[in-house]
Design a protein around this ligand. Sequence first.
Ligand SMILES: CC(C)(COP(=O)(O)OP(=O)(O)OC[C@H]1O[C@@H](n2cnc3c(N)ncnc32)[C@H](O)[C@@H]1OP(=O)(O)O)[C@@H](O)C(=O)NCCC(=O)NCCS
Length: 152
Amino acid sequence: MTMVTERRVLRPARPDDREGIEQLLIARGLPTAGAPAHLGAFMVAEEGSALVGCAGIERYGEVGLFRSLAVSEESAGRGLGTALVARSLELAGQLGLRSLFLLTTTAADYFPRFGFQPIPRGALPTSLAQSEELRGACPATATAMRLLLPAR
Ligand SMILES: CC(C)(COP(=O)(O)OP(=O)(O)OC[C@H]1O[C@@H](n2cnc3c(N)ncnc32)[C@H](O)[C@@H]1OP(=O)(O)O)[C@@H](O)C(=O)NCCC(=O)NCCS
């Protein structure tokens, strides 16, 4: 059997990653609305020349919305999602965020390992109301979750 090990790179997204990110989000059934406007706080994962993962933060003052965590079907289950969350949490710290929130319909059982806890949707900060995800891109039935970040 021939094993091909592609070089894996995690890096901040560039403007020309927009299309690749949108394609990945669509392929993994996640909303694209609002993502381009927040590309500056997105991370991407590449294997070889393929964009195989992404995750992003929408920043609203000291509050962030963690969104668009996606790993391609072919690359799933090998720690990429974990690596993208870890890098995004580092970035959240660098941005001076005090808490991160997210909405999910598919992965409420994935996020507690990183410290996210479910909260009532009504407990989301009002500053997040301007996010496309809260304005309808994400279904009302989605689970809301929160992670408090250490003070720096
Ligand atoms: C969720 C997702 C990002 C995980 O990425 P990944 O690279 O496959 O995950 P990792 O390799 O870091 O972790 C694998 C572990 O997570 C678990 N896991 C993966 N997806 C999960 C999900 N949707 N819900 C609960 N657990 C999940 C696996 O069972 C595995 O568990 P184990 O460590 O006990 O064996 C990826 O499956 C994905 O893109 N899913 C579709 C999009 C999505 O639902 N994104 C979240 C939107 S908020």
